[in-house]
Design a protein around this ligand. Structure first.
Ligand code: CTP
Length: 413
């Protein structure tokens, strides 16, 4: 792999010598680019000796540009790793500045960029830095968050750059995942290119009063993974997200909702414009009949509180009933009789396919990065062994692509 290693100003720059050595030892090519700040901490010659290539540090050096121009350098790389990434460079990347060779390269590339921040813990937790990180994540930057520990400034907190071995492993892991994704994209891309997909994800919260709500343990990760995979395979994706703590995959239209009613309205608004509707959300089956405007008070005499609940609309069943509708794919989150219940839901809700997902104690389904599922249609089964939800997103879409589903195909069961 061709790795462009950016070094910015920070005491952690010395650790990147070891990182360079690890990359070279593993047979990768490394081209180091240093900022002026980085050179204040460490000599370019050390990186040159380890990488076997002259260090690049200037945008306006005719001699260097004559060898490999900055655009060529951006194209050369398979992966850009910036370790350490200073708070200053994070800010520049966020606003798209091109005031040195490294930031210019980052603007001029479509290759994956991994940033490895290192800074004082107060700088790291500063709202500005955190906001920059969030924006970069949304744009698809990979961020290796700093570790907690003693800092060079003598303080203790989060801000230490990860150790070189950990960074090396993450770069290798990211590369492996990308190669897998590329294969998956090649496989299903022809089908998904130009299709539009509406996905719901996460839980819904049903408010009881201004302070309490009824919720569930869905993290939204499976729905978000499907959204990311569909987008990478060329589909236009609308993601209706319940209250979750994850950032959206890049280039996906996100609609945030809280309750089942809000999710229903968002789906009503969008389902007609989509070829597929994948309902990965764990929609609350019931909502409280009378949401209290004020906080409910504990009654001294009563040991039992009763809440009256009323059924929410079954969103997926509603979409499946519509005369002109997309291909409808549901999830069945079950703690027992997983396949049996899933098949029953496929039929009852008139879905085109359903993804059976075991949840609860000991199962991976909720709150985890891992999952194992079975895709079921009226006449086929696809079982997927435990794997990352991100990978499963691609595998499921590939399986769906191979089925060539038409909307309403289960009605005849
Ligand atoms: N679903 C929905 N609207 C609801 C409830 C569920 O769209 N009000 C969808 C889910 O997104 C999922 C499928 O229906 O795709 C099955 O959801 P699940 O919670 O497994 O089943 P329920 O129909 O709620 O039945 P039960 O809770 O009895 O298992």
């Amino acid at each position: 792999m061709k790795i462009l290693l950016g070094i910015t100003g920070g005491i952690a720059a010395y650790k990147s010598l070891e990182l360079t050595r690890l990359f070279i030892k593993a047979g990768h090519q490394v081209q180091v680019v240093m900022t002026a700040g980085a050179k204040a901490f460490i000599q370019p010659l050390s990186f040159q000796a380890l990488s076997g290539s002259p260090v690049r540090d200037s945008l306006f050096d005719c001699h260097q540009e004559a060898g490999m121009g900055h655009i060529e350098l951006a194209r050369w790389a398979d992966q850009i790793v910036i370790a350490p990434t200073s708070a200053e460079t994070l800010a520049k990347l966020r606003i798209g500045r091109a005031d040195n060779l490294l930031t210019t390269l980052c603007l001029a590339t479509d290759k994956p960029i991994m940033v490895v921040p290192a800074m004082n813990h107060l700088m790291w937790f500063n709202e500005a830095t955190q906001e920059n990180i969030q924006v970069l994540k949304q744009r698809g930057f990979e961020v290796l968050e700093p570790a907690v520990g003693e800092q060079a400034c003598g303080e203790v907190g989060a801000g230490r750059m990860l150790e070189p071995v950990a960074i090396f492993e993450q770069v290798m892991q990211a590369q492996k995942q990308r190669l897998q994704w590329e294969q998956d994209v090649l496989q299903g891309g022809a089908f998904w290119q130009g299709k539009s997909v509406l996905i719901t994800a996460g839980p819904t919260f049903e408010d009881i009063d201004p302070v309490r709500f009824i919720g569930n343990r869905s993290s939204g990760k499976m729905g978000f993974a499907l959204a990311e995979a569909a987008q990478k395979m060329g589909a236009k994706v609308t993601l209706v997200a319940g209250p979750v703590q994850i950032s959206s995959p890049p280039c996906v239209k996100r609609v945030d909702v809280r309750s089942a009613d809000q999710m229903f309205h968002a789906v009503q608004e969008h389902y007609k414009d989509n070829d597929f509707f994948i309902s990965a959300a764990a929609v609350a089956d019931f909502k409280v009949v009378h949401k209290s405007i004020q906080k409910l008070k504990k009654q001294a005499k009563e040991d039992i509180l009763s809440l009256s609940l009323v059924k929410n609309v079954d969103i997926i069943a509603w979409v499946a009933e519509q005369p002109k509708r997309p291909v409808v794919i549901g999830f069945a989150a079950e703690t027992e009789h997983v396949l049996g219940y899933a098949k029953a839901k496929l039929k009852q809700k008139k879905l085109d396919a359903i993804i059976a997902n075991e949840v609860g104690e000991g199962a991976k389904g909720f709150e985890s990065d891992q999952n194992s599922v079975t895709l079921i249609t009226k006449d086929s089964f696809f079982s997927f062994d435990e794997g990352s939800k991100k990978r499963l997103g691609f595998q499921l879409l590939n399986a769906i692509a191979s089925l060539n589903l038409r909307s309403g195909c289960v009605e005849s069961i």
